[in-house]
Design a protein around this ligand. Structure first.
Ligand code: SF4
Length: 305
């Protein structure tokens, strides 16, 4: 049974998630519910359920929100069309889009205005991708994998590449290489954020030393899903769980060293029962594996509306 636990650092909440959660928390403390949020405020079922219990209502369309209501835009960002619809309904908007996502929107918008085709490397249908694509839908094509590149229509226009912020660092490099092979003059911005990069570097480090890696994160959390993939790509058995309840104790059979991490939308408290349980199973050594120190904080969004 396991005797050592490696804790990846950094893990869990990033600055963009903290900012979005703090905003919704503040609003629920000072205003009368329901408080609407467009899409899940962050992709974590525990965080979302906690807010629902306090009167937050998560919607996927602006039509669901009564005129004049308070609405928070999630950390993943929204398309300009959503902002237009919200204004039309006179909604009181607080935009909690992560500033690093906003940066990608601005790059895509400017590139389209300057006459480029925008190639958005990311996962079709993800909230962030829907928002970024919405900056210039007629000029933007989502590229999910290197195999998509050969199917891109050549319009004769120059290409400008942006990426989703929460992708696999390695897979994205392969996709960008494939784009450069086909369009050598493409301008490329790799927008994978610091939090995604650091968490993947940390999980890679623990996966090198552990017999088993557990990643805590919801199934719709892109960066959590990527963390499990990165650990598995090192040849280590890796599972993603939404919380302690999803852990199968059989996973620990024959395992001496367990690695533990969490996606950027996961509160550290979700790791506590897992750590307590591992102690009961005989873990005596708990070692942080630190690959980076994060000091980034974002200023709160404008709340004057
Ligand atoms: Fe912002 Fe990165 Fe966190 Fe997404 S994962 S909210 S882009 S810091």
């Amino acid at each position: 049974m396991p005797h050592t636990l490696l804790l990846a650092e950094p893990r869990g909440f990033c600055a963009g998630v903290v900012r979005a959660i703090d905003v919704l928390d503040d609003v629920l403390n000072r205003e009368v519910p329901p408080i609407y949020a467009f899409h899940e405020i962050v992709h974590n079922s525990h965080v979302v359920e906690g807010f629902k219990a306090r009167g937050a209502v998560f919607v996927d369309s602006i039509e669901e929100v009564p005129e004049g209501s308070r609405i928070i835009f999630s950390a993943h960002g929204v398309a300009p069309e959503i902002i237009r619809q919200a204004n039309q309904r006179k909604l009181r908007v607080i935009d909690a889009t992560c500033p690093l996502v906003t940066k990608v929107h601005l790059e895509a918008r400017k590139a389209a205005k300057d006459g480029f085709d925008v190639l958005l490397v990311g996962h079709e249908g993800h909230d962030e991708v829907l928002g970024t694509k919405g900056e210039a839908p007629e000029r933007t094509t989502v590229v999910d994998a290197p195999s998509d590149v050969s199917e891109l229509r050549d319009t004769g226009r120059e290409k400008f590449v942006v990426t989703q912020t929460t992708l696999s660092v390695d897979d994205t490099a392969s996709t960008i290489d494939a784009i450069r092979d086909r369009f050598p003059d493409a301008e490329v911005r790799n927008d994978i954020c610091y939090a995604t990069t650091n968490r993947q570097a940390a999980v890679r480090e623990i996966a090198q030393q552990a017999d088993l890696v557990i990643v805590v994160g919801s199934p719709n959390s892109s960066n959590s899903v990527r963390l499990r993939e990165v650990a598995a790509s090192m040849g280590t058995v890796a599972y993603r769980v939404d919380g302690f309840g999803e852990i199968n104790p059989n996973w620990y059979e024959g395992v001496e060293i367990v690695g533990l991490t969490a996606g950027a939308s996961v509160p550290d408290s979700l790791l506590d029962p897992i750590i307590t349980d591992l102690r009961k199973r005989g873990v005596t050594k708990i070692k942080p594996v630190i690959v980076a120190e994060e000091t980034i904080e974002f200023r709160p969004p404008d709340q004057s509306s």
